[in-house]
Design a protein around this ligand. Sequence first.
Ligand code: GLY
Length: 344
Amino acid sequence: MINRRSFIGKVAGLGAAIPLISTIPSVSKPTQNGKKPIILCSRGENWAEKVLTPGWEAFQNGKDILDAVEASARVTELDPNDASVGYGGLPNEDGVVQLDASFMDGRNHNCGSVGALENIKTPSSVARLVMERTDHIHLVGEGALRFAKAHGFPEENLLTDRSRRMWLRWKENLSDRDDRFPPEDGDYELEKRPTGTINILALDANGDLAGCTTTSGLFGKIPGRIGDSPIIGAGLYVDNEVGAAGATGRGEEILRTCGSFFVVEQMRAGKSPQEACEALCKRIIDINGGEKNVNFNDRLVAINKDGEVGCAAIRGREGREPSLSFMSEDGIRTIKGTYLIEVS
Ligand code: GLY
């Protein structure tokens, strides 16, 4: 296991010739043109096959890299059992699911995103259309919904019974000075307000990169809040010359560090994806005045042009390490990343 001390030692040596952390392998093996397709997601083995297979099949069927990324991004969005993304996602303070997503094409720096989008199950697809069918980058709220409907997306209620009950429980636990009684079972299980997000990053056989980040954001957020996910350079950044990165976790920290852009620029400066992800974790802790002030978590995933991948989090513990999964012609693999602060 990578412990806090060893992580600090490695990150403190930024710029020095620090060894790669051994749990993070290089996954690229040169092929005829020096590249091979890889698609990755910021989820562990429970989701890996389900999420990555549609994207991988798109590659196998000769589809464009954007089709591969979109196919994988839609899996959790459409799954009502995933209470973090898309349909059945985390409701806001009013019990309404508002979704954010971004899409980026490394070949041309094209990008598109939607924020606070209601009633559409697949914001990743709408973000892609903003990228491909408009001269804009961000569409939010009512305008994003109208745009989606104009492109034929049906309006649907995104609140499943599970997410409604989750929201009601949260409301009933908010205060002992309001008129709502605590939940009947008295069981308050939402001590921390969850965030839920997934990053999909891909490298195709031409060595081109693309990515998508999609989320329902922060549970109980103030209506209209958008996080890092729909902001290019925060929740997602892709640069064909260098690599791609995506973030999950507390979006406000990723926003104020331009997180994914920071990770890609660290790779441009020579760091491995792993070192680059760790460098952002260190930066976030530093700007918060040290780990004593850090009671939140952020996780980064990254891939470079050579198909090396990396993954790091601010907080973790044995058994709760950050992880990423990727699919290549060698099949599916899940790897555990590193974390800086050990939590009990
Ligand atoms: N990272 C997801 C969010 O904060 O909205």
